[in-house]
Design a protein around this ligand. Structure first.
Ligand code: PAF
Length: 317
C-alpha cells in the first residue's frame, strides 16, 4: 500500500510535468526501506523535482521543513505551520554528516524512520525528502558555504564546523526542493539567524519563517537529543530554561545583566550542569554582543552540558 502511495505521487508528477524536463516514463526512485505509513517519500533529486514541478504546474505553493529526523512535537508544529501557509508540505530527513565534528554524535544520532513517518502522517505531510548520503554529497563534492556575521561566536566557539555544514546542506535543500518558504524552530536561534543571513546574502528565492520553541510542560525545550538524558538529568534539565528566563527578566528591566548571568551560571552548576559553554545576552537580529542600555531587541542564549548531553536554549527579552 505504501509503495502504491509513493508510485501514485510520482506517476501523477510524471503525467502533469512537461515530458522534456522530467524524463517522462522513467520509474520513481525505489526505496530500500518500506514506510509504515501513507506518507510518500523519495530519495533522489530527480524524483523530488518531478513531484514538486507537478505541484507547481497545478499552481500549488510549497513549504519545506528541514530536519534530521528523530521527530518530536516541535517538528510536527513546524509541519502544521507549513500546511497552514502552503498547499504542500515537504519534510526533509537527512542526518547531515557535514555538521558533525569527528568527536560528535553522528553515528549515534537517533534514527527513527518508522516513527517519523507515522508522526508525519498525522499532520498531513505531503512528501518526505530523504536522500542517501551520496545523493546529497556525491563523489567529488567539494563546495562549502562559510557563513560569518550571525555565525560568529556562541555555537561557533564550541562547534567551529557546525554552521558551515548547516548552511551548505540548507542551501542544497533549498535549491533541491525550491520551496516558497522554509520553517525553522527558534530553539536553534543562531541557526535561524545564520539561515536568514544566507538567504538574504545569496538572494535565494524563498522566505524563512521562524517558529516559536515548543516546550515540555516544565519548560524544557523539545529536542531530539533530550532522549539522551537519564531520568535524573531530565529532572535537572529544566534549570537551563529557568536561568535564561531570569536573565531575560533582568535584561527587560534594563538592568546590568552581569550579576544575574553570574548567578545563573552558579545555579546551573549547582543543578548538576558540568560545563557551561555560554550564557549571554545578544542582539536578537545580528547576535552581536550588546550593552545593557542598548535599545535594540535582545535575546538570551545558553548552551550547557548535563552528563553527556549538550543542551541549548534561548528566550526573547
Ligand atoms: O536543525 C536541524 O535539524 C539541522 O541543523 C538542519 C537545519 C536540518 C540541517 O541539517
Amino acid at each position: 500500500m505504501a509503495k502504491a502511495t509513493r508510485e501514485t505521487v510520482a506517476s501523477k508528477a510524471r503525467k502533469s510535468a512537461p515530458k522534456a524536463r522530467t524524463g517522462a516514463g522513467k520509474p520513481a526512485a525505489a526505496s530500500r526501506r518500506a514506510p509504515t505509513s501513507a506518507v510518500p517519500f523519495t530519495r533522489t533529486v530527480r524524483d523530488l523535482r518531478q513531484i514538486v514541478a507537478a505541484w507547481r504546474k497545478a499552481g500549488q505553493s510549497v513549504g519545506l521543513v528541514p530536519t534530521m529526523g528523530a521527530l518530536h512535537d516541535g517538528h510536527l508544529e513546524l509541519v502544521r505551520i507549513a500546511k497552514r501557509r502552503c498547499d504542500r508540505a515537504v519534510v526533509s530527513i537527512f542526518v547531515n554528516p557535514a555538521q558533525f565534528a569527528p568527536n560528535e554524535d553522528f553515528d549515534t544520532y537517533p534514527r527513527t524512520w518508522d516513527n517519523d513517518l507515522a508522526q508525519l502522517a498525522t499532520v498531513g505531510c505531503d512528501l518526505v525528502w530523504s536522500p542517501e548520503r551520496l545523493e546529497m554529497y556525491p563523489e567529488g563534492f567539494d563546495t562549502r558555504i562559510e557563513p560569518k556575521g550571525a555565525a560568529l561566536g556562541l555555537e561557533t566557539e564550541f562547534r567551529p564546523h557546525f554552521f558551515s555544514g548547516v548552511a551548505t546542506v540548507c542551501c542544497k535543500l533549498f535549491t533541491q526542493v525550491l520551496p516558497d518558504i522554509a520553517i525553522f524552530g527558534e530553539k536553534d536561534y543562531q541557526q535561524l539567524c545564520v539561515i536568514r543571513q544566507m538567504v538574504r546574502d545569496l538572494d535565494l528565492p524563498l522566505q524563512i519563517v521562524g517558529a516559536e520553541t515548543i516546550r515540555e510542560a516544565d519548560g524544557l525545550a523539545m529536542s531530539s537529543r533530550n532522549r539522551y538524558l537519564t531520568p535524573d538529568e531530565r529532572a535537572k534539565a529544566v534549570t537551563i530554561h529557568r536561568v535564561i528566563s531570569s536573565v531575560a527578566t533582568a535584561a527587560a528591566k534594563g538592568q546590568d545583566t552581569s550579576a544575574v548571568v553570574a548567578a545563573g551560571r552558579k545555579r546551573l552548576t549547582q543543578a548538576g550542569f558540568a560545563k557551561i559553554d555560554y550564557l549571554e545576552v545578544r542582539d536578537a537580529q545580528t547576535l552581536a554582543p550588546l550593552e545593557a542600555s542598548s535599545p535594540r531587541e535582545k535575546r538570551v542564549l545558553a548552551a550547557a552540558w548535563l552528563g553527556q548531553t549538550r543542551l541549548i536554549d534561548n528566550v526573547a527579552v
